[in-house]
Design a protein around this ligand. Structure first.
Ligand code: AMP
Length: 190
């Protein structure tokens, strides 16, 4: 089963992805996690991505599409995957379609987690305050969140009508409890 999870930063995509991993024995592919790992490892990709990420902007489409394409080819993706934080632009969505077609794969479901953005600020601040400084994400602060939300509205929100037109976009109210959100997502996937 291949799933895309949409939602602005802090919507709970990572939390729901972790639940889906358990339920369906599939893997979570978070482009944000992959980029953070590259930054931590000091790879060429990490060097290119760091300043863009710290500024709350998006890393180049080609780079991201390439990373996802290589990752999907790995053996652990054969049962399926959850895309978390990708695609984030219409160009990435089109790139994903072309890539999946080439690989003989398809998306089974796309899910949007809808949230109240005012509440996102408190969530991000809470996540930052609960995480030891050394492990804290450089982009988890109110100022960068504002930029990340603006980027979400400008560049990622236009991806939603792209999937709506295909007729496989499900919306779930992300302001419910983690369990309620998970249970609605499970219903969509039945
Ligand atoms: P996330 O953890 O998904 O919020 O991603 C953290 C940061 O990584 C984003 O603010 C972007 O700078 C970068 N990033 C993650 N996924 C993508 C993507 N699909 N396209 C471009 N940049 C991305």
């Amino acid at each position: 089963m291949n799933i895309v999870l949409f939602g602005p930063p802090g919507a709970g995509k990572g939390t729901q992805a972790a639940i889906l991993v358990e339920q369906h024995n599939i893997v979570q592919l978070s482009t944000g996690d992959m980029l953070r790992a590259a930054v931590a490892a000091g790879t060429e990709l990490g060097k290119q991505a760091k300043s863009v990420m710290d500024a709350g902007q998006l890393v180049a489409d080609d780079l991201i599409i390439g990373i996802i394409s290589d990752r999907i080819d790995e053996a652990d993706c054969k049962n399926g995957f959850i895309l978390d934080g990708f695609p984030r632009t219409v160009a990435q969505a089109e790139g994903l379609d072309a890539m999946l077609e080439e690989k003989g794969l398809k998306l089974d479901s796309t899910i949007e987690i809808v949230v109240d953005e005012q509440i996102l600020f408190s969530r991000i601040e809470q996540r930052a305050s609960e995480t030891p400084e050394a492990e804290r994400r450089a982009d988890d602060n109110a100022e960068t969140l504002k930029k990340r939300l603006a980027v979400y509205h400008e560049q990622t929100a236009p991806v939603l009508p792209y999937y709506e037109k295909k007729g496989n976009l499900h919306k779930v109210d992300g302001m419910q409890s983690i369990e309620e959100v998970a249970s609605q997502i499970a219903n969509f996937l039945k």
